[in-house]
Design a protein around this ligand. Structure first.
Ligand code: 5GP
Length: 113
């Protein structure tokens, strides 16, 4: 059996993290190495390696995350934020369990590096 991802270990409370939000399908945690004053990770509980690994049966997972992110940021009164998904190591992906970065509370340059 494949080794659990670091995020699955967090979801299963094997390792600690600051949990911002959780429901049956998703979790939002604080990034351990924040790149902005607010840097969260929205993660589906289903261990999908990345966007390239989504299949038809995953229909609904990413839009659920989007609604959860919108609600959480709205609850926190944060209107301006950037969502990032790194797909593949050349794009900067280091944890191969799909996640959406949520960055806020600083001015973010464009184009990203
Ligand atoms: P990626 O580079 O795959 O797009 O993003 C992975 C993110 O996970 C990085 O921003 C990294 O700081 C974060 N990360 C890696 N390990 C841990 C951990 O053990 N706990 C938390 N909270 N974040 C982690």
């Amino acid at each position: 059996m494949n080794e659990k991802s670091i995020f699955t270990k967090i979801i299963e409370r094997e390792i600690p993290a600051n949990i911002i939000y959780e429901d049956e399908k998703s979790i939002i945690i604080e990034d351990i190495s924040p790149q902005a004053p607010i840097h969260y990770l929205a993660i589906p509980k289903k261990e999908i390696k990345g966007i390239s690994d989504l299949s038809e049966s995953d229909q609904g997972i990413v839009d659920h995350l989007m609604i959860v992110i919108k609600n959480e940021m709205s609850n926190q009164g944060i209107n301006d934020y950037r969502l990032v998904i790194n797909n593949g190591s050349e794009a900067g992906q280091t944890v191969f369990h799909l996640h959406i970065h949520i960055l806020a509370n600083r001015t973010l340059g464009w184009p990203p590096g």
